[in-house]
Write a protein that binds this ligand. Structure first.
Ligand code: PMP
Length: 425
């Protein structure tokens, strides 16, 4: 159990499960979530005044840490001028330009309000461009909660999808095919059978929603090759990885050119933002230019743009990503080394400033291997760390997001705490 301020009981009376997004309920690890009063750099402060070194970081957006002065100042300055206008603003243009200058294949960019909206709209564009119905996703990947993508695999290696949520009609689920992440043969098989009906393959270039799982050599290249061969679009879902692993797109940093890219999280600095974009020839289909309809009262919101632009200007400074990656590696190596000392089998997957500790001697490469990790041990690890004032993700299927605000001292303190927790596991 964590702290009980009475608010958890009130929350459960008025919000489904006490939360507005399921993972926050701690269902994956048991116990009660804590309530936050404020964030400061690498730390959260609970309503009981307890400080937590935070590796969740809003599930990814807060790459500079909580309440970074430049981001806060940009938000304050914009708020004084109004929150939302429903007319074009300079900052939307500046955001589009900044994204395009970092990600060459995003020739036209449409701003939306979340990652879910970005992937939903990108699929609509892909279906609009190709006139086809089927989409392919990978097991254990998450792309948001809309009907086409909240789909799990049926039985078998490469299957027609079944709904992963009540309320998704089977007829829609069946249009989404699911293949194990990193399974090149299964992907080829799906294209051999259905290639001419596939509108899009959507993939995280580093999976982050089953914990961090990097692509095996050849995986992303095969997606590119097959989609090109069969006339489907490759949607690189970089909602989590974009501007997190590197400045811009992971797919592009590997020399690949997706047809459409989705972004969110880091480009909004903690404000609700998403974006999708790609080659002009595809994006010209989006309304008002073309027949694919997509709109939003808050899209390109002035405060969100101000926050995002402030954050992107900081992460664009030289050596930002090298330094952040080194700090993440310091954490990864520290955790591995301490676990080994206590004879505990772990592996750590890392891509830039994304990292997951698995209680699994082998580094997982797909969802089944993640599922085979010792999640009961992760549960005990999580609570041991929480007691020591360190907030790891409340599920063994999530990614840690070290931020710029985490100093080497914070990381060493975390590794020390982990040592004590490993001893008791
Ligand atoms: N795609 C990916 C890769 C994500 O990680 C997420 C969120 N974790 C989403 C889409 C959905 O984004 P949002 O929660 O902003 O709707």
């Amino acid at each position: 159990m964590t702290e009980n301020s009475g608010w958890w009981a009130r929350a459960q009376e008025v919000l489904p499960g006490g939360v507005n997004s399921p993972v926050r309920s701690f269902r994956g690890v048991g116990g009660e979530p804590f309530f936050v009063d404020k964030g400061e750099g690498a730390y959260l402060v609970s309503d009981q005044g307890k400080r937590y070194c935070d590796y969740v970081m809003g599930y990814g957006p807060l790459i500079l840490g909580h309440a970074h002065p430049q981001v806060v100042e940009a938000v304050r300055a914009q708020a004084l001028l109004g929150l939302s206008y429903g007319t074009p603003t300079h900052r939307e243009v500046l955001m589009g330009e900044r994204i395009r200058s970092a990600i060459a294949s995003m020739e036209l960019v449409r701003l939306v309000n979340s990652g879910t909206e970005a992937t939903m709209s990108a699929l609509r564009v892909a279906r609009g461009v190709t006139g086809r119905r089927l989409v392919v996703k990978f097991t254990g990947s998450y792309h948001g909660h809309h009907d086409s993508l909240i789909i799990k695999a049926g039985s078998g290696a490469a299957t027609l999808g079944v709904p992963d949520s009540a309320g998704v009609p089977e007829e829609i689920a069946q249009l989404t095919m699911t293949v194990p992440y990193n399974d090149i043969d299964a992907l080829r098989e799906v294209f051999r059978e259905h290639g001419r009906n596939i509108a899009a393959v959507i993939a995280e270039p580093v999976a982050g929603n089953m914990g961090t799982v990097p692509p095996v050599p050849g995986f992303l290249e095969t997606i590119r090759e097959l989609t090109q061969e069969y006339g489907a679009l490759w949607v690189s879902d970089e909602v989590m990885t974009g501007f997190r692993v590197t400045y811009g797109s992971v797919a592009e940093s590997r020399g690949l050119e997706p047809d459409l890219i989705t972004l969110a999280k880091v480009i909004g600095a903690g404000m609700p933002v998403g974006a999708y974009g790609g080659k002009r020839q595809y994006m010209e289909l989006v309304a008002p230019l073309g027949a694919v309809y997509q709109a939003g009262t808050f899209s390109g919101n002035a405060v969100a743009m101000a926050a995002g632009l402030a954050q992107l200007s900081v992460v664009g400074e030289p050596h930002f990503y090298e330094t952040l990656t080194q700090r993440t590696t310091r954490l990864a190596e520290g955790l591995k080394e301490r676990a080994r000392r206590h004879g505990i089998e772990v592996s750590v997957n890392q891509a830039g400033a994304m990292m997951t500790l698995f209680f699994n001697g082998q580094s997982p490469t797909n969802f089944d291997e993640v599922a085979a990790s010792d999640h009961e041990r992760y549960r005990r690890f999580f609570h041991g760390m929480l007691e020591r004032g360190i907030f790891f993700p409340p599920s063994g299927y999530e990614t840690c997001f070290p931020s710029w605000a985490h100093t080497d001292a914070d990381i060493d303190m975390t590794v020390q705490a982990a040592d004590a927790v490993f001893r008791q596991l």
